[in-house]
Design a protein around this ligand. Sequence first.
Ligand code: ADP
Length: 518
Amino acid sequence: MAKSAQRFSPLYAIVPVVLAAALVLGGYGFRYAAALAEKSESSLVDSNRLLGTQTIDRIDNVIIDSDRSLFDLVDVEHLSDFAKRWEYIVHVSPAIEAAILVDEHEQLIPGGYVSKKKGAEAAAFQALFKRKILPDLPLDNLPIDQHRHWQKEYDGQDHLISFIKKQHGSSIYYVVLKVSLEYVRRNLLPEILDPLAGKVLFCVRDGRGRIVYGDPVGWPGKFLFEKAFPTTLYLWRLQMAPPSAARLASEEHVRRRSEFLLITMMLGTILAGIGFLFYATWKESRANEMKSDFISNVSHELKTPLSLIRMFGELLALGKLKTPEKGKEYAEIITREAERLSRLIDNVLDFARIERGRVAYDFEMGRLDLVVERALDVYRHRVEREGFRLTTKIDEQLPPTLLDENAMTLLLLNLLENAVKYGKGEIAVYLTQEGNMLRLVVGDQGPGIPLHEHKRIFERFYRTRDARGTSVRGAGIGLSLVKHIAEAHGGTVTVDSELGKGAAFIVDIPLVGAREAA
Ligand code: ADP
């Protein structure tokens, strides 16, 4: 039958629209949820940042102010008193470890070094200052009375230096203080940071990441505030985070993941729905195509024997017979075509019952060899009349098994009918016992069946491309009936065939013991 022209389904136009809408919706939903969560989180991030900046400023300012107040004590008019005055200042000021007076040529002024430390320790720092620290200090271009800080690691230790430029007449002096980092760590940081304990997590780390004060803040993700001290403790940095940061960060991670999953699932469901819709439409159109092929095949199959019966019946009725043998021949043709008609109708009726799920098998203990022999007795005549040689090999004394004799006869007749329709030369029927199975094989020397169609030929209404192209008639239901019957008996049907090398249909039926049957 000519294939109906492929009609354009509105489904194809809707799919991209549905897909685009789903993508836009999914993307919007994801972004909206993310924006909402970001809004509530960003206020927490902002307040944490504000508190962090304020704390850094406070620490910086306390250091600057205390140094400034010390520098205000410098009396450049009485520099000769430097050692005496600063001895006292350094001694009473817990934040200062040493004071040094440097001239405008950046040389230590004799008697211009006082230290809280005594003896060798004091001398060691003086040497370090001369050798390494003083050359490093950015004294050039420092405005008069301006006060600066310098923090650097020397010989594996952090040093914080505070210095100011002073003028007396035409002379320039620098007053340099070594600030005690121990004091900063033990007194200043606790004083400013401890009141925040419980409200935030905080920690001060040095240039190598080692904790100077506080406890590690964990992994707060974007809730972490981290900044170096901008004007004094250049090497150190403050880390601060809300106490719930770690939980919030992990919650955010989970939320993002579940949102992503949800949206992916939604898109997946929509895609699966569309896929299913396509599949269902394709299946239905294929079923419709097959059904209309089936109707036209069956009508064609009914038409041919009917016209032959009618033609030869009329000839007989008119009595226009040249010889009495002709009358016998016409009657035989009518009988053969009537047989063919009734087989076809039986097949269609059985098929319709199976399709509606109303088929009821009538199982009884019986001998398949007897069923096969009886069927062959009936069919042998037709096979030989069509010019075939029928070879049979039926094992004797095969054990009985549970079977529906009529259904098994129908199965064998369908296989024989196909062998006659498609084969040539010889048809072989074997029935043997293979272990706990009875094996029925119907083989022919026909055109064979290509491998890729071995499965499909058992589908209802399916006819191979080759069969469709020839004048061999068929409705495509015979093998689907064979498969149904074999499976109803707990068995299988397979085909062993290659193009051009004939075909053998193998039906395996299990042997069921008499006890089970009862
Ligand atoms: P049909 O009425 O077309 O014979 P069947 O269900 O009996 O329907 O067979 C399905 C298809 O399998 C046939 O159309 C034919 O293409 C193929 N087929 C079945 N038996 C044979 C065979 N013995 N040799 C070659 N092809 C066969």
